[in-house]
Design a protein around this ligand. Structure first.
Ligand SMILES: [Zn+2]
Length: 874
C-alpha cells in the first residue's frame, strides 16, 4: 500500500487523476455520503456563470471560496450539496453572438431572422458551456454534476412558465404602459440598475417656445420639447402664479403645441428659470405629472433613437441632429436667451454605453408592492426587507446589509419584458382584446403569442429552488424531495456588484414561490484587479485565463493565492509572485510529508485521528496541544468565514511549529512515528479545503481511504498545551543561536555551554538533549543551579537563567553585542514600565495578564543587570 512520494510534487501529473478519483467515488453527490438520516444539510448553489465567455480569474476566486466551504462541511458530517449550472444570460449572450456574426459576415440579426439567430446562439453556447465546465473542474470544484442545471433548459423553462402564470394569476405580474429605460442599440428595455451614469459636459439652453409665450424654460434636450404638453412651476412661485391653469397654443420651431401651465410641488424655483417644460413621453417624472394632470402624451423619439414621424423636417433625424436644428431655429427666431456649459449625468446602457432614451412602452411588470394574503398581507418588497431586518438573512461583510435594504426600500415595480429574441418566452397570448396567460397555448385559432422575452434575472432569481425540483417538489405548501432536503440553502457566495441585480431578486422570488428565504448567509467577494489595480477586461487585454495560471503553478497554488490575504467585499490584486510563493509553500508541505512518511514504518500508517497518541516528552505534549489549539481555531475561523486567517494559522503551524521545531526535535528524541503520522493526517485534513489536490495526493500514498470524506478532527477541551514550558526551551535555544551568529562563530565550531538554571534547573535538565542538539552547535552542556561569573565566555541571560558559551570569545565583538543588547533591554524596560503605569490598562486587564506583564518587566531588569556587570568586566 505504501507508495513512495516523488521527489517533487508535479501538479500537472496529479490533478486530473485526483479529480477523476473524486468523481468516481460519487461523493460529490451528498446522497452517496452514507450519513445518518438526521444529518444536517449544507447547500450552496453555484452562481451560474454566463455562457457569454469562458471563465476569468474572478470566477476562480468564487470557485475557491465555495469549494472550501463545501469541503469543510462535507468533512464535518453535513449533507453537503454544491449545485452547478450555467446562465443563458439572455441579452448579454444575444449581443455577443450578434457582434460575432456581424464581424464575421457583416450581417445583422434582422438579416438572419429570429430562427437562424437562435440557432447560432445555441451553437455558440454549447461550445462555451463545454469550456466553462472544463475550467470549473480544473479548479478542483467538488460540484454535484448529476444535478447540473442550466437557466434555460427544459426543467427551468417549465419552472419559469409556472412562476409567471402563478404571479399573473395573483396579480403580481401585470402589463402596463410606462416610461422604460430604452437602449436604442440593444433595442431593448433595461432594468433601473442596468443603467449606468457617466459625467458629461452638456449645454443648458434657456429659451421661449414662441414670442407670445410668457415663460422661459431651460433644458439640455431641446429636441424633446417637440413633445411638450405643459409647463410646470412651483405653486409658491410668485412670478408664475397668475399663469397657472392657463393654456397656450404655440408655434415651436414650426410645430404646433398646446401648452398648459400646471403647478407641481417638485419643481425647484431656483433651478434654471424655475419653469419646467413637461415632456410626458420621455421622462419618468414628467410621465407622473401627466398622469396627475391628465395631460396628453406625445412620443417624439422612436425605438431607434430617431425623431418620430409627424414632426416635419425633424422626422428621421437623430436626437443629436434634431437638437442642433432646433437650437439653430430658436436662435434664428430670436428666442434663445442663454446657452450655458454645465456638467451633468448621462444615463447609458451598462452593456454597450449607448445613451438611454426613456420611452413609453407597453411592458410586463412585477408589482413589488402588491400585498399578498399568503405572505401575511405583506408585499414581496416588505418580506425581502424583513428578512434582512430580522437577520434571517445575514451579509458578510455586514456593511452590505444597509446597501441591500436601501436599495430594496427604493425599489419600483420591476420591468421583466425584454425586446430580444433569446430568452424565456412570455406565456401570454393575444386575440383581439383578449389576453390569455397559461403554461400551454390556449385552444382555438387566432391566438398570437407575446413576442417579448423575459429579463434574464427572472430565471436566475429562481435559481435556488428551480434547481431543486420546484414546482414538482412543492404541493399545497409542502416541500418534498430535494426541495425539502436542501432549501433554504445556507450560503449564497457571489460578487458584491450583483447584490441588487441578482441577490435581491432571488429573495423576492423565493418568498413568492415558497414563502421562505432562499439562503441564510450572503457572502460577497471583492473584484480581482490586475497587478496595477485596474479592472481586468477582455477589451483591455489585461485579463488572466485561470487555465494558464493552473498549468504554470497548479490549481492548489492558484486557489491558495486567491484565498489568503483576501477579505470579503474588498477588491484584491492578481499577482503571479503571490501564486508562486503559494506553490513554494505547497512544495514545502510535500517535503514535510515526504520526510515523515519515509522515516516511518508502514505499520503506523493506520494511526487514528480521533484519539490523541501517547505523549512521552515535553515536546510531544506541546505539539499535540498546539495541534488541538489549531483544530479549534481553524474550525472557528471556517464557521465565521475567516478563511484567510485560518490559512495564516495553518501556515504558521506547518512551517514554524511542525517543520522548524518538532521535526528537528523528532530527529533528536526519536520514536515518534505515531505522533508524526497523527500530525500529518490532521494537517492534511485541515489544509484540504484550501489545497485539495496536493493533500489528496499525499493522503493517497499512505491511506486506503479518500481524504475528501475524512472526518474533520474534533477539539479536546482542557488539554494542556505546555506552551509556557516549551517557550522557555525555545527561548534558550534561540538565544544560543543568536549569540553565535552575533559573534560570527563558524557553524562547524562546537562550543561548551554552562547554564545556571536557578529554580528551573530540574526542568532544564530534562530538556538537555534538545538544547544541546537543536542546531545550537554545542559540544557539551552542563546545567547547574547557580555559580560564579564565568570569565572569557559569551554570556546570555534568558529571564533568571544565564547561559555561558565557552571557547570562542572575541572580546571586542562580544562587547559590541552586549552593548546593543543593553540598549535593547533599556528600551523594552521603558515600554514595559509605561504599560504598567497606565492605570487604564492595569485596571481593565485581567489580573493574570497584569501579573505576566510584571514578570516580564522583572525578567528584563534581571537580564539588564547581568549584562551591565559583564560589560564592566570586559
Ligand atoms: Zn445597449
Amino acid at each position: 500500500m505504501k507508495k513512495e512520494l516523488e521527489k517533487t510534487y508535479n501538479s500537472g501529473e496529479n490533478e486530473d487523476k485526483i479529480y477523476q478519483k473524486w468523481e468516481e467515488s460519487g461523493y460529490f453527490n451528498p446522497d452517496n455520503l452514507n450519513l445518518p438520516a438526521d444529518a444536517p444539510s449544507y447547500t450552496i448553489v453555484l452562481p451560474p456563470p454566463n455562457i457569454t465567455a469562458k471563465l476569468h480569474i474572478g470566477h476562480s476566486c468564487m470557485l475557491a471560496i465555495e469549494d472550501l466551504l463545501i469541503r469543510y462541511r462535507r468533512m464535518s458530517g453535513y449533507r453537503a450539496l454544491w449545485l452547478p449550472g450555467t446562465d443563458h444570460a439572455a441579452i448579454a449572450t444575444q449581443m455577443v453572438v450578434e457582434k460575432k456574426i456581424f464581424q464575421e459576415t457583416g450581417k445583422t440579426r434582422h438579416d438572419l431572422g429570429r430562427e437562424k439567430l437562435l440557432e447560432e446562439i445555441w451553437k455558440f453556447l454549447r461550445s462555451t458551456q463545454a469550456t466553462i465546465l472544463h475550467q470549473t473542474k480544473r479548479m478542483g470544484s467538488s460540484l454535484n454534476w448529476s444535478r447540473e442545471a442550466f437557466t434555460f433548459d427544459k426543467e427551468r423553462q417549465r419552472a419559469v412558465n409556472r412562476m409567471f402564470v402563478d404571479m399573473y394569476r395573483e396579480g403580481v405580474i401585470y402589463r402596463g404602459e410606462r416610461i422604460v429605460n430604452w437602449c436604442p442599440h440593444c433595442h431593448s428595455t433595461l432594468a433601473d440598475d442596468e443603467v449606468e451614469y457617466k459625467e458629461q459636459q452638456a449645454k443648458l439652453y434657456t429659451f421661449k417656445y414662441s414670442p407670445d409665450f410668457p415663460i422661459s424654460i431651460s433644458t439640455t434636450r431641446p429636441e424633446t420639447k417637440l413633445g411638450d404638453t405643459a409647463v410646470a412651476v412651483s405653486p409658491k412661485d410668485e412670478r408664475y402664479k397668475k399663469y397657472i391653469g392657463q393654456e397656450y397654443k404655440v408655434d415651436f420651431c414650426g410645430q404646433a403645441l398646446n401648452i398648459k401651465i400646471i403647478a407641481d410641488r417638485n419643481v425647484e424655483s431656483d433651478f434654471g428659470t424655475g419653469a419646467l417644460g413637461v415632456t410626458p413621453a420621455h421622462s419618468m417624472v414628467d410621465w407622473q405629472m401627466a398622469a396627475a394632470n391628465n395631460l396628453p402624451i406625445i412620443k417624439v423619439i422612436n425605438e431607434d433613437g430617431l425623431i418620430h414621424e409627424g414632426f416635419g423636417k425633424y422626422s428621421g433625424l437623430t436626437a443629436i441632429a434634431a437638437r442642433q436644428a432646433i437650437v439653430d431655429e430658436l436662435t434664428a427666431r430670436g428666442l434663445m436667451e442663454k446657452e450655458e456649459n454645465i456638467t451633468n449625468n448621462l444615463s447609458v446602457c451598462y452593456r454597450c454605453d449607448t445613451p438611454i432614451e426613456p420611452l413609453p412602452s407597453k411592458q410586463w411588470f412585477i408589482g413589488v408592492d402588491k400585498k399578498l394574503e399568503r405572505l401575511g398581507n405583506k408585499s414581496l418588497k416588505e418580506k425581502a426587507l424583513e428578512a434582512a431586518q430580522t437577520k434571517q438573512i445575514t451579509f458578510i461583510p455586514e456593511r452590505f446589509d444597509k446597501r441591500y435594504q436601501d436599495w430594496m426600500e427604493n425599489l419600483h415595480d420591476w420591468c421583466i419584458s425584454r425586446q430580444i429574441w433569446f430568452g424565456h418566452s412570455i406565456p401570454v397570448w393575444y386575440k383581439g382584446e383578449e389576453t390569455y396567460c397559461g403554461e400551454k397555448a390556449p385552444e382555438g385559432d387566432g391566438w398570437i403569442k407575446d413576442e417579448d422575452t423575459l429579463d434574464t434575472w427572472f430565471s436566475s432569481g429562481m435559481w435556488t429552488f428551480s434547481t431543486l425540483g420546484w414546482p414538482d417538489n412543492y404541493k399545497n405548501g409542502v416541500k418534498t424531495g430535494d426541495l425539502a432536503k436542501f432549501h433554504p440553502t445556507q450560503v449564497l457566495e457571489t460578487g458584491y456588484e450583483i447584490l441588487t441585480l441578482w441577490v435581491s431578486r432571488m429573495v423576492m422570488m423565493s418568498f413568492f414561490a415558497l414563502g421562505e428565504i432562499p439562503f441564510e448567509h450572503v457572502y460577497l467577494h471583492g473584484t480581482i484587479l490586475d497587478g496595477k489595480g485596474k479592472k481586468m477586461s477582455k477589451s483591455k487585454g489585461n485579463g488572466v485565463d485561470p487555465l494558464d495560471a493552473i498549468s504554470e503553478y497548479g490549481a492548489d497554488a492558484l486557489r491558495l493565492s486567491l484565498l489568503m490575504g483576501a477579505t470579503p467585499g474588498n477588491d484584491s490584486r492578481y499577482s503571479a509572485e503571490k501564486i508562486e510563493s503559494k506553490r513554494n509553500f505547497i512544495n514545502k508541505l510535500w517535503n514535510i510529508s515526504r520526510f515523515i512518511l519515509s522515516s516511518t514504518d508502514e505499520k503506523y500508517f493506520v494511526t487514528p485521528t480521533d484519539s490523541i497518541p501517547e505523549a512521552k516528552t515535553l515536546a510531544d505534549k506541546w505539539i499535540l496541544g498546539e495541534m488541538n489549539n489549531l483544530i479549534k481555531s481553524v474550525t472557528g475561523r471556517f464557521e465565521s468565514f475567516e478563511f484567510s486567517l485560518a490559512a495564516e494559522e495553518l501556515n504558521d503551524f506547518t512551517w514554524n511549529k511542525l517543520a522548524d521545531w518538532y521535526l528537528e526535535i523528532a530527529k533528536v528524541e526519536k520514536d515518534k512515528e505515531e505522533i508524526l503520522i497523527y500530525l500529518l493526517k490532521n494537517i492534511l485534513i485541515l489544509w484540504h479545503p484550501f489545497i485539495p489536490f496536493v493533500t489528496e495526493t499525499i493522503w493517497d500514498s499512505f491511506n486506503d481511504s479518500i481524504l475528501m470524506v475524512a472526518v474533520w478532527p474534533k477539539v479536546i477541551e482542557g488539554l494542556d498545551d505546555k506552551k509556557i514550558e516549551m517557550a522557555l526551551v525555545q527561548d534558550i535555544i534561540v538565544a544560543i543561536r543568536n549569540a553565535r551568529s552575533a559573534n560570527k562563530i563558524e557553524p562547524a565550531k562546537k562550543l561548551e555551554a554552562i547554564i545556571y538554571g536557578h529554580k528551573l534547573t530540574v526542568f532544564l535538565d530534562g530538556q538537555k538533549e534538545i538544547i544541546k542538539n537543536l542546531k545550537t552547535g554545542l559540544a557539551s552542556l552542563e546545567i547547574k543551579e547557580a555559580g560564579e561569573n564565568i570569565e572569557k565566555a559569551i554570556m546570555v541571560p534568558v529571564g533568571e537563567t544565564i547561559i555561558y558559551l565557552v571557547g570562542a570569545i572575541d572580546e571586542a565583538k562580544e562587547k559590541e553585542r552586549l552593548i546593543k543588547e543593553q540598549a535593547n533591554l533599556e528600551k523594552l524596560i521603558l515600554m514595559q514600565t509605561q504599560k504598567l503605569n497606565n492605570s487604564d490598562f492595569v485596571s481593565r486587564a485581567p489580573e493574570k495578564i497584569v501579573a505576566a506583564e510584571k514578570e516580564k518587566l522583572s525578567n528584563y531588569q534581571q537580564e539588564l543587570a547581568k549584562i551591565a556587570n559583564i560589560i564592566i568586566s570586559l
